[in-house]
Design a protein around this ligand. Structure first.
Ligand code: NAP
Length: 286
């Protein structure tokens, strides 16, 4: 039987570790704070923002909310970011995506100080990841590395195949697996004979956004399968990009949806908020 990689347990473990370190800093008179900026009231964003604030409360990080109306101009948002960049009481800045259509997301993300970019989306942090330097790492792929390590799954020397090449999951995932000495292949919508490649994977990470797209015909016997997808199936139930029922019997370990990768994203965000304190400190003592 496959090992069910328990994201709920592992994320709780990480949040508790962060909580203990945040409490230690509090005793030294240091308070970690995260500015959470939301523009408009996209219902999914409201849920994500609420969950992030709840997690902050749990680990003892102060969250400072900036809820801006949908019609906020890009300039107004950039001015707020500039203020937060210069505010020494703020360690991390999170701008909830997606932004309204009249805003340039890349421009907004790159306006955030790279030392406060807890989502790890800033060009400088993306560059740091690809060159093996210190910086913030995008929370979902970072969480997947933690899932693998804390489940004692070896990455070094393994053939890791990532399906999907988005900036927030697929690409940083491939860089992280490479950093862990995996042999990495990335496949995407233009890849030919995709199954031939995925069937060579010792570790298969699936991040495409299509309900139950990957079935047993994509899988090598004994593979580890990580399902990043969060979709709704025909009965409106949450499901992943992997057809769990068909795939699980062929794997040695697999993440469920829900309860696998999902809870890790917020746990790693909390970890990054704590990390932001040390990065800001390193910057100011340079
Ligand atoms: P995305 O930006 O839409 O990217 C999807 C990627 O999948 C693209 O690179 C695309 O290829 C590739 N793709 C699409 N159809 C394909 C096919 N038939 N064969 C091979 N590749 C295909 O999505 P994302 O942001 O990476 O998210 C992926 C999934 O993860 C979604 O379900 C999302 O909800 C979920 N997600 C979960 C978390 C979490 O916390 N658990 C976080 C982020 C995302 P091209 O580049 O060629 O178009």
């Amino acid at each position: 039987m496959a090992l069910l990689i328990d994201g709920k347990r592992i994320s709780a473990e990480i949040k508790d570790e962060t909580k203990a370190k945040v409490a230690e800093l509090k005793e030294q008179g240091v308070e970690i704070s995260l500015a959470v900026v939301q523009v408009g009231d996209n219902p999914a964003s409201c849920v994500y923002v609420r969950n992030k604030k709840k997690a902050c409360e749990y680990v003892g990080i102060k969250s400072v909310s900036h809820e801006l109306p949908e019609e906020t101009t890009e300039e107004e948002l950039l001015n707020l970011i500039e203020e937060l960049n210069n505010d020494d009481t703020i360690n991390g800045i999170l701008v909830q995506l997606p932004l309204p259509k009249h805003m340039d997301e890349n421009k907004v993300i790159d306006a955030i100080s790279p030392y406060k970019d807890v989502d790890g989306f800033h060009l400088m942090n993306v560059g740091a990841l690809s060159t093996g330097q210190k910086g913030f790492v995008s929370c979902t792929p970072y969480g997947i590395i933690q899932l693998l390590k804390r489940s004692n799954i070896e990455i070094a020397g393994k053939h890791c195949v990532v399906i999907g090449r988005s900036n927030i999951v697929g690409k940083p995932m491939s860089m992280l697996l490479l950093r862990e000495n995996g042999t990495v292949t990335v496949v995407h919508s233009k890849t030919q004979n995709m199954k031939e490649i995925t069937k060579q994977a010792d570790i298969l990470v699936v991040a495409i956004g299509k309900p139950k797209f990957v079935d047993d015909t994509f899988i090598k016997e004994g593979a580890v399968v990580i399902d990043v997808g969060i979709n709704r199936d025909e009965d409106n139930k949450i499901c992943g990009d992997v057809d769990f029922e068909k795939v699980e019997p062929k794997t040695s370990a697999i993440t469920p949806v829900p309860g696998g990768v999902g809870p890790m994203t917020i746990a790693m965000l909390m970890n990054n908020c704590l990390e932001s304190y040390y990065l800001c400190k390193a910057k100011t003592t340079k």
